[in-house]
Design a protein around this ligand. Structure first.
Ligand code: NAD
Length: 489
C-alpha cells in the first residue's frame, strides 16, 4: 500500500499509529470525499492483529504514563493543544474533504474546540481533588487512579472533536488509549497522532487503529486487557459493543443517537424560534443533538411555518469549502440513500413536504435538500427514528401537557429545546422533559464543565468535567485510622 496520501495539499499517513510507529496492514479500504466523490486515499484496514498490537502497546506504556506527575501530563496535553492550533488550517481542510462538513465551521468552531478539549482537561486534572473528611476520627481520602488502556470508538459526523473529547480526559487521568476512528472519516485521527508525537507524548500512550467497526472495532470492544470503552455512535453498534464488553465486564460509556424535540410555545419570540429551528440543518442535520421534531403551539403554527420556510429558502447549499455555504453534502452515498428512504416512506404514508423532500439533483452527488415534513403521526417511523440528515418534522399541540407528552414520547432522550417567553413555564416544562441536556431559548451552548450524555436509548453515562474523570478512573477511597504511627526517628 502507499503509506501516504495528500489531501488539499496536506500529507496524511494512511497507516495505523501503534507504539509510536507507523504500521501497515495487508489490506486497505478506500476513503472517498463526499465533497466531490474523489478518492482521498487507501487506508490501512486493521484486524484483530493490529488491535492486539495496539492494546499491547497501550498496556506496556500504561505504568509509565500513570506514574507521570500530573503537572507533566498537563504540560504534554497543553503542548498537544498548541500543536493543534499550529496545524488548525491543515486539520480543518482535511476534515472538510473527509466528512463534508463546512470548512468555515471547522476553522472557527470545531478545531479550536479540539485544542480546548486538551487545555480544559489539563486544567481540570490540576484542580482535581476534594477535601478529605473524617469518620469517627478516621480520614477518608478520595483519589482518581487511572484505569488502564482505554478503547475509544468514534463516529464520522464530528470526527476529531468527538475523538479528542474522549482522548483528552482519558490521557489527563493517566490512562493510555487506542482510538478507532470511523471508516468514513479516518484522516484527522492520523494527523492528531503526528501532533501528539510532536508534543512529546511517549510512544504507546496514544495509538490509532484504522479499519472497519466489525473488524478492528469489534476486536477492541472484546479485548480482555481493555479497562474502559468509550463509544459514540449508533444504538445498534452500542448493543454489539456492550455485548462484547460483557465478557470482561469492561465499563462502557455510550453516547448515542437522538430524536430531540424543539418546543415552541405561543408566548415565544417567534423569530428566535425560527432561527433555532433552521439551525437544526447545520452539518446537513448530521448532529446527534439536533432537534429534529418541531413541536409548535397550533395557534402560531401557520405563522411559524411561513417564517421558517422563508428563512430556510435563504440557506445556501453547496460546496462546504465555500465561505458562503450553509449546508454541505451528507457524508456518504449510503447515508444519502438511508435519509431518502426515510423521507420516501414518510411521504408514502401521508406526510407532506413543506420544503425539500429529496436529493438536490442540480447539485448532484451527496446533497440532500433541507426538508420539513408535516402531517406526520406520532407513532410513525419518521417521528420515532433518527434520520441523521437535514430532515425535520413539524407537529402541533394545544396544551403544555400535550407538548410535554409528545416531546417525551420516543425511545430517545438526548436533548430538548424549549422556546418560551414565560419563565415559570420554562421551569415547569424543563422539569418534566426526559433529556440529558435541555436548552431554553438557545441551542448548542456547550461548556466542558457541564455533564453531557443521554437518557434512555440515547446513552449510558455522562462525559464532561468531573464525570469524565470518574469514568476513566478507578475512584478510590483510602480510610486511615488516627494515630498509631511508629516513630522512625
Ligand atoms: P456507527 O455506530 O455506525 O459507528 C460508530 C463507530 O463504531 C465507527 O467507528 C464504527 O467503525 C464503529 N463500529 C461499528 N460496528 C462496530 C462493532 N461491531 N464493534 C466496534 N465498533 C464498531 O455510527 P455512525 O454512523 O458512525 O455515527 C452516527 C451515529 O452516532 C448516530 O446515531 C448519531 O446520533 C451518533 N452520535 C452520537 C453522539 C453523542 O454524543 N450522543 C455524537 C455524534 C454521533
Amino acid at each position: 500500500m502507499t503509506p501516504r496520501t495528500t489531501v488539499a495539499g496536506v500529507p496524511v499517513d494512511t497507516r495505523h499509529y501503534i507504539d509510536g510507529q507507523r504500521i501497515a496492514s495487508a489490506r486497505t479500504f478506500a476513503d472517498v470525499s463526499p465533497v466531490d466523490g474523489r478518492p482521498l486515499g487507501e487506508i490501512a484496514r486493521g484486524t484483530a492483529a493490529e488491535a492486539d498490537a495496539a492494546v499491547a502497546a497501550a498496556t506496556a506504556a500504561f505504568p509509565g504514563w500513570a506514574a507521570t506527575a500530573r503537572a507533566e501530563r498537563a504540560r504534554v496535553l497543553r503542548a498537544i493543544a498548541d500543536g493543534v492550533d499550529k496545524r488548525l488550517e491543515d486539520l480543518a481542510l482535511v476534515e472538510t474533504h473527509d466528512n463534508g462538513a463546512l470548512l468555515r465551521s471547522h476553522r472557527r468552531g470545531v478545531m479550536p474546540r479540539v485544542a480546548h478539549n486538551f487545555r480544559f482537561f489539563a486544567d481540570r486534572l490540576l484542580s482535581l481533588g476534594q477535601e478529605d473528611f473524617t469518620t469517627r476520627g478516621h480520614t477518608n481520602h478520595v483519589s482518581w487512579d487511572p484505569a488502564g488502556p482505554c478503547a475509544l470508538i468514534t463516529p464520522w459526523n464530528a470526527p476529531l472533536m468527538l475523538a479528542t473529547w474522549k482522548i483528552a480526559p482519558a490521557l489527563a487521568a493517566g490512562n493510555t488509549v487506542v482510538l478507532k476512528p470511523a471508516e468514513w472519516s479516518p484522516l484527522t485521527a492520523s494527523l492528531l497522532a503526528d501532533v501528539a508525537a510532536g508534543a512529546g507524548l511517549p510512544p504507546g500512550v496514544l495509538n490509532v487503529v484504522q479499519g472497519y467497526g466489525s473488524e478492528a472495532g469489534a476486536a477492541l470492544a472484546g479485548h480482555p486487557d481493555v479497562r474502559r470503552i468509550s463509544f459514540t455512535g449508533s444504538v445498534a453498534t452500542a448493543r454489539t459493543i456492550t455485548a462484547a464488553a460483557a465478557a470482561h465486564l469492561t465499563p462502557t460509556s455510550l453516547e448515542l443517537g437522538g430524536k430531540s424535540p424543539l418546543l415552541v410555545f405561543a408566548d415565544a419570540d417567534l423569530d428566535l424560534a425560527v432561527d433555532l429551528a433552521v439551525e437544526q440543518y447545520d452539518n446537513a442535520g448530521q448532529v446527534c443533538l439536533a432537534a429534529t421534531r418541531l413541536l409548535v403551539d397550533e395557534r402560531i403554527a401557520q405563522e411559524f411555518t411561513r417564517r421558517f420556510t422563508e428563512r430556510a429558502a435563504s440557506l445556501v447549499q453547496g460546496d462546504p469549502r465555500e465561505e458562503s455555504t450553509d449546508i454541505g453534502p451528507v457524508v456518504h452515498a449510503r447515508q444519502l440513500a438511508r435519509i431518502d428512504g426515510f423521507v420516501r416512506r414518510a411521504l408514502a404514508s401521508g406526510a407532506r413536504a413543506v420544503i425539500g423532500g429529496g436529493p438536490h439533483t442540480a447539485l448532484g452527488g451527496l446533497y440532500y435538500r433541507p426538508t420539513l415534513l408535516t402531517d406526520v403521526a406520532q407513532d410513525s417511523e419518521i417521528v420515532q427514528e433518527e434520520v441523521f440528515g437535514p430532515v425535520l418534522t413539524l407537529q402541533t399541540f394545544r396544551t403544555q401537557e400535550e407538548a410535554v407528552a409528545l416531546a417525551n414520547d420516543t425511545r430517545f432522550g438526548l436533548a430538548a429545546t424549549v422556546v418560551t417567553g414565560d419563565r415559570e413555564r420554562a421551569d415547569r416544562v424543563t422539569a418534566q422533559l426526559v433529556a440529558g441536556t435541555v436548552w431554553v431559548n438557545c441551542f448548542f451552548v456547550r461548556d466542558l464543565r457541564a455533564p453531557f450524555g443521554g437518557s434512555r436509548l440515547s446513552g449510558v453515562g455522562r462525559e464532561g468535567g468531573t464525570w469524565s474523570f470518574d469514568f476513566y478512573c478507578d475512584v478510590k477511597n483510602t480510610v486511615t485510622a488516627p494515630g498509631g504511627w511508629r516513630d522512625h526517628g
